[in-house]
Design a protein around this ligand. Structure first.
Ligand SMILES: Nc1ncnc2c1ncn2[C@@H]1O[C@H](COP(=O)(O)OP(=O)(O)OP(=O)(O)O)[C@@H](O)[C@H]1O
Ligand SMILES: [Mg+2]
Length: 142
């Protein structure tokens, strides 16, 4: 696990930009942690790093937003409003299996709600650390 301190908004955006420039097709990013800790901000950075110009907005109500104009497609999901048993019906695995969906990067906010996980993923836990400063704990699961 790697911990990255994110003292300001720009730090979170920049971490996202770096990920968006470097991640490979098929990467699943599971975003967890505190309410309002910067998950959507991080995905906005990822979009920028991928070269997506469309504004990336929180999919809290739409569940999923798809962006296809960047280097790789980006699928941005937010499970906040769902219970784990409701997530089962979404067939999330179609995103990482890339069978019915063009393979891309999948970023899932509130991944705590997932009743099952892909075999490999990048887990990024965003939290308000001591004295309110935000931090990201990144773990790669293979
Ligand atoms: N590193 C940071 N330092 C200070 N403020 C930040 C940082 N990252 C994000 N913010 C700000 O925190 C607020 C919440 O950010 P954001 O919406 O990205 O969080 P979130 O984790 O997606 O929230 P939710 O849990 O509601 O989905 C925004 O106003 C954002 O600008
Ligand atoms: Mg959010």
């Amino acid at each position: 696990m790697t911990t990255i301190f994110l003292p300001d908004l720009e730090a979170t955006q920049q971490l996202g930009i770096t990920l968006g420039k470097t991640l490979n097709v098929g990467t699943v990013i599971l975003l967890a942690g505190d309410l309002g800790a910067g998950k959507t901000t991080l995905v906005q950075g990822i979009g920028k790093g991928l070269g997506i110009i469309d504004p990336i907005v929180s999919p809290t109500f739409t569940l999923i937003n798809e962006y296809i104009e960047g280097r790789i497609p980006l699928y941005h999901l937010d499970l906040y409003r769902l219970e784990p048993h409701e997530v089962i019906g979404l067939n999330l695995e179609s995103y990482w299996e890339g069978i019915e969906v063009t393979p891309g990067i999948v970023a899932i906010e509130w991944a705590e709600r997932m009743p099952y996980l892909p075999d490999s993923y990048l887990r990024i836990c965003l939290n308000h650390g001591e004295n309110g400063q935000r931090q990201a704990e990144i773990t790669e699961i293979n």
